[in-house]
Design a protein around this ligand. Structure first.
Ligand SMILES: [Zn+2]
Length: 142
């Protein structure tokens, strides 16, 4: 990839990184300040229902998995930025072919070309299928 082009994606990636960091910061704040009602001085409102606790736990779990996802993305973005520094950005990590700019526009942190990504997903699918097939064979043999 031309250096000039790579710089465009570097800017995109830096923006994405900032967004992710901001998201993660906000998530941190939210999970730390669950009892935000305390500042109002109204102590008569105590008496938490179990349903509320369950909802809170559900919400926390949800934001936790969201957080993991964001952290994963952040790692991918940082990897991509490092690849720009090493002039390796824009090439598929599996087959080395240049990833199309169209794809990088949508996913600037993409590591694989569309073909390899599809192949990878097919492999995952078929390995799951093979696993269940082998189990079935073993069952039949006793
Ligand atoms: Zn590839």
């Amino acid at each position: 990839m031309k250096k000039k082009d790579a710089e465009v994606y570097r800017k995109k990636l830096i923006k994405e990184k900032e967004r992710l960091l901001l998201d993660l910061q906000n998530l941190d704040k939210n999970s730390l300040h669950v009892t935000s009602q305390e500042g109002s001085g109204n102590l008569s409102g105590y008496g938490t229902h179990l349903a509320d606790v369950a909802t809170d736990m559900y919400e926390q779990e949800k934001s936790l998995s969201f957080m993991n996802n964001e952290e994963f993305l952040l790692q991918e973005v940082e990897d991509a930025l490092q690849k720009i520094d090493k002039n390796k950005y824009g090439n598929c990590e599996a087959c080395g072919v240049e990833i199309s700019l169209k794809r990088l526009d949508v996913e600037p942190h993409a590591k694989f070309c569309m073909d390899c990504k599809t192949e990878e997903e097919e492999k995952k699918k078929s390995s799951v299928a093979n696993g269940s097939l082998q189990k079935n064979i073993r069952k039949r043999r006793g």
